[in-house]
Design a protein around this ligand. Structure first.
Ligand SMILES: Cc1ncc(COP(=O)(O)O)c(C=O)c1O
Length: 379
């Protein structure tokens, strides 16, 4: 890692503003516990106060009732998952690390989508694994450029990552894309890592969207998710890997050795998991309502202005294309400097061209409204 990298100008300006006490309208807020959502507090706290939380009886894959609750979560979404195919981790991020250690030797490569989530570089770097990107193309909908994906595969490529739906584009993998991806992975001996943390946040309905890759697969596949997004509880620190396809048994055995080395998942949250998942629909519904309302506000506010909000199929974010009269960094700095509004530039997510802004749809309506009003003013 490049440990000595100086803070980028946006981070530096934000730090300066915050330390001088200027209130910022944060349209990048992704922490569901900070945006005024109403949680079933009694049920959550009662779930954490179970007797089992007082015993340490470690299990590298995770406690059986917790893994069974994860399998049931998938079965409710139409995927045939058995608890023996599930391994618990402290987060999705930790799940990535385990998988990079499982699948790669130092210097091996994983393919990740572009644009997408900016953490891959760090997660892979910490496992001494190189990231090579493959492009998603936009022509009204986002789709995988399979020719580019195939030509990005090298001798040392071990896995293809898909983010479903993708952050920040909100695009789901389609059925025909999954067919091609499985063919490719099986043919070239690659594993598929499918990050499905946002799969419960779907806008509208479309039959060709793939919600989860968990279940029976033709290539070795790992589906990742966790409480952080599906239950809006990132502080609980519980995620999981559901393994499927040829070689899944062997992979799970090796993952168990990795997990046994750390035993990082706390017992109280494992004991609570069945109850936390059972009550999670309340928060999911609240988040969905927030997303829909903020998305409608954004579309309405920017209609007729020099910005196009790209269509999204799901997820927690909106992408606005804005004029290239300035760089993304200049737009973001001006908005922050003069109007005290924070948004993310597209280049944080490696968009292939400028100028895009990424907005979280999670902020409280009053914050979101005012932030968007100020954005509109500079457009
Ligand atoms: C696509 C994606 N995957 C994974 C994560 C991290 O999830 P966790 O909190 O389980 O590590 C995030 C967090 O924003 C994300 O956007």
């Amino acid at each position: 890692l490049n440990w000595t990298q100086p803070p980028n100008p946006i981070a530096a300006l934000l730090e300066a503003k915050r330390s001088s006490g200027v209130p910022i309208l944060d349209l990048t807020e992704s922490n569901p516990t900070r945006v005024g959502l109403s949680y079933p507090a009694g049920r959550i706290l009662a779930a954490l106060a179970r007797e089992e939380a007082l015993r340490y009886d470690p299990s590298a894959r995770g406690l059986a009732p917790a893994r069974e609750a994860v399998a049931a979560y998938y079965r409710q979404r139409g995927a045939n998952v058995d608890s023996s195919g599930v391994l618990l981790t402290a987060s999705t991020s930790e799940a990535y690390s385990y998988l990079f250690q499982l699948l790669c030797d130092p210097g091996d490569e994983v393919l990740t989508p572009r644009p997408s989530y900016p953490l891959f570089e760090f997660l892979a770097g910490l496992a001494c694994v190189a990231v090579r990107q493959y492009p998603l193309r936009y022509d009204g909908v986002w789709h995988i450029d399979f020719a580019a994906l195939e030509s990005a595969i090298a001798d040392r490529t071990r896995a293809v990552v898909v983010v479903n739906p993708n952050n920040p584009t909100g695009s789901f993998l389609k059925r025909d894309e999954l067919e091609r991806l499985e063919d490719l992975a099986a043919r070239r001996g690659l594993a598929i890592i499918s990050d499905e943390v946002f799969c419960d946040y779907v806008f509208g309905a479309a039959a060709d969207r793939v919600i989860t890759l968990a279940g029976e697969r033709r290539a070795l596949t790992f589906s990742l998710s966790g409480l952080s997004k599906i239950a809006g509880l990132p502080q609980m620190k519980l995620g999981w890997i559901a393994a499927s396809g040829p070689g899944a048994g062997e992979a799970l055995h090796a993952l168990e050795l990795i997990a046994d080395t750390y035993l990082s998942v706390g017992t109280p949250v494992q004991a609570a998991l069945p109850d936390l998942l059972a009550s999670s629909h309340t928060v999911r519904d609240a988040i969905r309502a927030r997303m829909a309302a903020n998305r409608a506000r954004l579309d309405q506010a920017l209609a007729g202005f020099a910005a196009t909000v790209l269509p999204a199929e799901g997820g927690w974010y909106a992408v606005a294309q804005i004029p290239r009269t300035r760089s993304e960094e200049q737009w973001v700095l001006e908005l922050l400097d003069k109007h005290n509004v924070l948004v993310q530039p597209g280049f944080f997510f490696d968009f292939e061209s400028e100028a895009f802004l990424v907005l979280s749809l999670l902020p409280e309506p009053a914050v979101f409204d005012e932030g968007v009003r100020r954005l509109r003013a500079i457009l």
